[in-house]
Design a protein around this ligand. Structure first.
Ligand SMILES: [Zn+2]
Ligand SMILES: [Zn+2]
Length: 343
């Protein structure tokens, strides 16, 4: 089969690999569409993310969906011809985190396109059947692939306890910020503000229903939010940019007693935060890591038309042009590029 393999930073090429064989509990999926994620781009550019280093050639891609073409002997509930979204992280199922149901925190997770585990820029992937979710007829394969970043948004909304009538500030209008906005609205948030420093991304947020957008280069984040909320601040801040100024500014934008959820990956691990502010205003400050138990919800939201994910896609290119697709996806104006696998 053809795959897209990263051998060195900046060296992404189509390579032949043997077709995978499904284990008894796995399905074999002919991959249809794969989203290009910020983490794929980071590996492409730098060959590493923190402690995860690409030492051996790695198949990238973890936002995928396709069609089941074979099933292992022990698989029930899925058959050839079903279209499925693949949840890319399969936990150990045995550790304390897995037993608590917080399997996204499992230290022994196999996660697509995270060294040393190969990803989904490939014609076929063999994957545990219980991490392959059947798509109903009205959910497209592309939407299935985008269940991955949508899951990040759903998990953020849950971590932030976003509920009916809440006001929310989302800092960062990339794919995670925009899909967190979809999930927040589906959760009942009625006023959603979005900040970013790229004008086209603010335009996109506005087109997608943000009540107001904020460019923090033009107006202080806290002051802008105060102006929009009668001086109160928002109930929940979702920090999806990783920018130091937005991380610090999130505490100025949230109301007393409100919640701040950090999901953006900061370039610097250590960023100053005003702890007195957190104590004095009794803030809940939380992290949000990947997702758990979100795929069924994401698929239902898509089937019910409660969220839109296709609107974040800027372009799609074929697997044969994967290197060009990656270079295009690195443009700061790009929100999401897709790679199609079928011939
Ligand atoms: Zn992703
Ligand atoms: Zn585990």
């Amino acid at each position: 089969m053809r795959t897209a393999v990263l051998s060195e930073p900046g060296e992404l090429a189509v390579e032949e690999r043997p077709d995978p064989d499904p284990a008894p509990d796995e399905v074999l999926v002919a991959v249809g569409e794969v989203g290009i994620c910020g983490s794929d781009l980071h590996y492409y550019e730098h060959g590493r993310i923190g402690d995860y280093v690409v030492e051996d050639p790695l198949i990238l891609g973890h936002e995928s969906a396709g069609e089941v073409v074979a099933v292992g002997d022990e698989v029930s509930g899925l058959e050839s011809g079903d279209r499925v979204a693949l949840e890319p992280g399969v936990p150990c199922r045995r550790c304390a985190h897995c037993k608590r149901g917080e399997y996204n925190l499992c230290p022994d997770v196999t996660f697509m396109a995270t060294p040393p585990d190969d990803g989904a820029f490939a014609e076929y992937v063999a994957w545990p059947a219980d991490f392959a979710y059947r798509l109903p007829p009205d959910v497209s394969t592309r939407e299935g692939a985008l269940c991955e970043p949508l899951s990040v948004g759903v998990h953020v909304a849950r971590r932030g306890d976003i509920g009916v009538g809440d006001s929310v500030l989302i800092t960062g209008a990339g794919p995670i910020g925009l899909l967190a906005m979809e999930a927040a609205r589906a959760a009942g948030a009625t006023r959603i503000f979005v900040s970013d420093v790229v004008e086209s991304k603010l335009d996109r947020a506005e087109e997608r229903g943000a009540d107001a957008t904020i460019d923090p280069r033009e107006e202080d984040l806290g002051e802008a939010v105060a102006r929009h909320t009668g001086g109160e601040g928002v109930d929940v801040v979702v920090e999806a940019s990783g920018a130091e100024s937005a991380i610090a500014g999130s505490l100025d934008a949230v109301r007393r007693g409100g919640t701040v959820v950090f999901v953006g990956l900061a370039d610097e691990a250590e960023v100053p935060l005003d702890v007195l502010d957190i104590v004095d205003n009794e803030l809940d400050v939380r992290g949000s890591f990947r997702y758990r138990n979100t795929y069924p919800a994401a698929i239902d939201l898509l089937a019910d038309g409660e969220v839109d994910v296709e609107g974040i896609v800027d372009f799609e290119m074929g697997l044969g042009e994967v290197d060009a697709a990656f270079r295009r996806a690195m443009d700061p104006e790009t929100v999401k590029g897709m790679v199609t696998i079928e011939e």
